[in-house]
Design a binder for this molecule. Structure first.
Ligand SMILES: C[S@@+](CC[C@H](N)C(=O)[O-])C[C@H]1O[C@@H](n2cnc3c(N)ncnc32)[C@H](O)[C@@H]1O
Length: 291
């Protein structure tokens, strides 16, 4: 009978042959999942439960068919929070952790000054940014919106699991950023708007099966020839919601920096408009301050 480590190495070879980008990591994560452990054991046990082999073979074959690891596990970890994930929502990506960090730093600064920062996550998906702000800046009031009712439901669950809500939040709504009346009760009062909207142009179908075949189309394609219709609506909504001096941070594709800055400039309400990079040095977010 093969030991756990040998089974995992064999699974990693299967995943590598199927083109999975991180086969060793995924084979270990799936083994931990089947064992019911939060992570792969440092000291590999000699033996495993009798049901292990069948259960492990099943999840390895699902991953080899390029089903996202997060769909199989049912969760992902984003910054300090564990988020429930299912196929109805976009799987949060590491680059968005840096977008969240800009929002968190701004909210934390305002909280340190004694304020109660109001932070809005537009196009919230599973609630990655909203839940992180809620977890890391306990004084912040968090509001999150998504056009997908499934995403709003998932955000409500994920934000709710982070900890008790304050008197004023978190508030999670199903809503469309192209709706000029969205969150209109907050007009001119928001301290931070953070967003990772859909921004892929219609012709740029992603190559990775995990993205192309599993992320909801509503979460990927931003509309218009350049994929920036929804991001432009995010910028317009931010201009309306932010108080003077409030901060917008919005993710975009590596090649969209200039277009995003132009859109913020055209909105007419922002200054200190800049493009910032993700952890790999790629241009990945617009940061701008409401005049
Ligand atoms: C790229 S996903 C990002 C989700 C989440 N912010 C994250 O980083 O994991 C974009 C999200 O925008 C939502 N969305 C698409 N069009 C929208 C619109 N017009 N108004 C509001 N949300 C929209 C999608 O449903 C999806 O959840």
């Amino acid at each position: 009978m093969a030991r756990l480590g040998e089974r995992v190495r064999e699974a990693a070879r299967t995943l590598a042959a199927a083109g999975v980008p991180s086969p060793d990591h995924d084979a270990r994560e799936l083994a931990a999942h089947v064992l019911g452990e939060p992570r792969y054991p440092v000291l590999e046990p000699d033996d495993v439960p009798a049901s292990f082999d069948d259960d492990y073979a099943l999840v390895v074959s699902r991953r080899a068919a390029r089903e996202p690891l997060q769909h199989i596990l049912g969760y992902t970890v984003f910054r300090h929070v564990r988020l429930t994930i299912d196929p109805t929502v976009f799987v949060p990506r590491p680059e968005t952790e840096v977008v969240a960090e800009v929002a968190i730093d701004e909210a934390a600064r305002l909280a340190d000054e004694g304020g109660t920062p109001l932070v809005v996550d537009l196009c919230c998906g599973s609630g990655a940014i909203a839940a992180s702000v809620h977890a890391e800046v306990r004084r912040a009031i968090v509001v999150a919106v998504d056009a997908s009712p499934d995403a709003a439901r998932m955000t409500r669950a994920n934000v709710g699991r982070v900890g008790p809500a304050g008197d004023l939040g978190p508030r999670v709504e199903t809503g469309d950023v192209t709706d000029a009346a969205l969150l209109e009760d907050l007009n001119g009062s928001v301290d931070v708007v953070a967003s990772n909207p859909p921004y892929i142009p219609p012709g740029a179908v992603p190559r990775d099966p995990e993205v192309r075949d599993y992320d909801p189309a509503l979460a990927l394609y931003g509309g218009g020839e350049d994929g920036l219709d929804v991001p432009r609506a995010v910028i317009a909504t931010a201009a309306r919601l932010l108080r003077p001096g409030g901060l917008l941070v919005m993710e975009h594709a590596e090649v969209q920096g200039a277009q995003a800055r132009d859109a913020a400039l055209a909105a007419g309400d922002f200054h200190h408009i800049e493009t910032r990079q993700d952890l790999t040095g790629r241009d990945r977010m617009l940061v701008a301050r409401r005049r």
